[in-house]
Write a protein that binds this ligand. Structure first.
Ligand code: BES
Ligand code: MN
Ligand code: MN
Length: 452
């Protein structure tokens, strides 16, 4: 395929506003699924689209090569995160834009660019008759909102074809800062919550009623302050760190050598300043570098807090309710349902009786850990090393990709996580981007992965 054809394909895909968490964009979710179904069909794949409940379509495409005795599974998610804050983008989020050696657009790095790279690599191998494996593509659109229907879908008979792959390739991650390819052997799981605290059926004058009635915003702030110490960043929920499984000394030592420097952590995160103290965390080495705390330990973060009067000007009320979204990341040894119970019990114990609390657990997924000493990992690492002319790094991430553990658990086949974006790709943030050189090089690597 010509470069401009490839970029056009990517641009058309980026233009579909497939923000899965945004209920007003259900139509776009369907369009993104159809876009992939159409593209795969054109390439000669046998494609089926599966709808369960109100989930975006699960797209499965199978390409069979005569005489092939191996099957590779390819996973990607076609949904993206919301584009807000739009004003912070230097070019429109849903218009693929090339600037200073980078491709910009919502989803270009996470994960639409990777899907297009896989499609292009496969298309080129099919066109030149070099493809020597059967391929099963599995594309879905619920990753960025927690994969509510994934396990139900995997349990259906329609998903039977997903049993065929001998290995799963998940290209939804990235390379190191200097562009060395990485294979990720660990991801954290996640448990996501929403909370509403309601103290009254109406707002009240704060001068007249202050101190005499509960203030839900104050209760919410107090609850979060007790849940996690903002300075040590240690979560204070009892038993939160119980049973966590720490990496072996060998893996820990290897992770130590590849943890970000404070300077690069600051630059990439955009943080004005980094914490100067952290921990000690129960069960973890007391000299653990800050950069490793997000890979190896569970954590708790608030994503949004709202309630009361937030428009311009002055209004003196005690609001009737306050709300927040927050989540816990979990590691090996922890179960989403156990962490959810700890959080639930903590919330109930810290809100005065009679105040109404609505705590809902939105989604949950388990952490993912996998061995890297299998043949498939070696083959894929070999192809990456050949293309990038540098050793593969084995790494863990603090992020979550629910499908990784779901596939591993369900099919007991190697699940190999890699990808070609760079750490300054701004995923989930304004100006998401994919380094152009890494984009083209990634296609080359995938062609080799599919044929090695
Ligand atoms: N592709 C990311 C995961 C990731 C982790 C990428 C680390 C690069 C480095 C994935 O799309 C993602 O963002 N997952 C969400 C899942 C959540 C919404 C349930 C996450 O980790 O927040
Ligand atoms: Mn992703
Ligand atoms: Mn993401």
């Amino acid at each position: 395929m010509q470069k401009n054809e490839i970029l056009k394909l990517l641009a058309d895909f980026i233009a579909i506003e497939s923000v899965s968490t945004d209920k007003s964009r259900t139509l776009a979710m369907g369009q993104a699924g159809e876009f992939l179904a159409r593209t795969l069909t054109h390439m000669g794949f046998e494609v089926t689209a599966h709808r369960i409940a109100d989930a975006p379509p699960f797209i499965i495409g199978a390409y069979r090569v005569a005489g092939a005795h191996e099957t590779m599974g390819v996973y990607g998610h076609y949904d993206v995160q919301p584009e807000d804050p739009v004003d912070a983008w230097h070019s429109p989020p849903f218009k693929l834009t090339s600037r200073d050696g980078k491709l910009y657009g919502r989803g270009v790095a996470d994960d639409k660019g990777h899907i297009i790279q896989n499609i292009v690599a496969l298309q080129q191998l099919i066109a030149t008759k070099k493809l020597n494996k059967n391929i099963v593509c599995f594309f879905e659109g619920e990753e960025e909102s927690g994969n509510k229907h994934l396990n139900d879908f995997l349990a259906l008979g329609e998903a039977r074809i997903l049993r065929e792959p001998d290995v799963w390739l998940v290209t939804d991650m990235g390379a190191s800062g200097s562009g060395e390819p990485q294979i990720w052997n660990g991801l954290r799981g996640i448990v996501y919550f929403e909370i509403t605290i309601e103290t009254s059926n109406k707002d009240a004058h704060s001068g007249i009623y202050g101190n005499r009635v509960h203030n839900p915003a104050q209760l919410l702030c107090d609850l979060f302050a007790r849940m996690k110490d903002a300075h040590s960043v240690v979560v204070q929920i009892p038993h939160f760190y119980d049973n966590i499984i720490f990496p072996t000394p060998t893996e820990y030592a290897s992770l130590l050598t590849q943890s970000d420097s404070d300077a690069s952590l600051r630059a990439r995160s955009g943080a004005h300043v980094l914490p100067t103290t952290w921990g000690p965390f129960p069960g973890a080495p007391s000299d653990m570098p800050l950069a490793l705390t997000s890979k190896l330990l569970p954590s708790l973060d608030i994503h949004g807090v709202w309630g009361g009067y937030i428009q311009d000007g002055v209004k003196t009320i005690i609001p009737a309710r306050a709300n927040a979204k927050f989540s816990c990341r979990i590691v090996a040894g922890q179960k989403p349902e156990n962490v959810a119970r700890l959080v639930h019990d903590f919330v109930c114990a810290h809100i005065p009786p009679g105040v109404s609390i609505k705590l809902t657990q939105k989604e949950g997924s388990e952490a993912f850990y996998t061995a890297v000493d299998n043949l498939w990992t070696k083959r894929i690492a070999g192809a990456l090393e050949h293309t990038f002319k540098t050793p593969v790094r084995y790494n863990r991430s603090g992020g979550s990709i629910p499908v990784a553990q779901a596939l591993q658990q369900k099919f007991s086949k190697p699940v190999i996580l890699t990808g070609f974006t760079l750490p300054d790709d701004n995923i989930h943030a304004p100006n998401e981007n994919y380094d152009e050189q890494m984009f083209w090089k990634g296609i080359e690597a995938l062609e080799l992965i599919y044929t090695s």
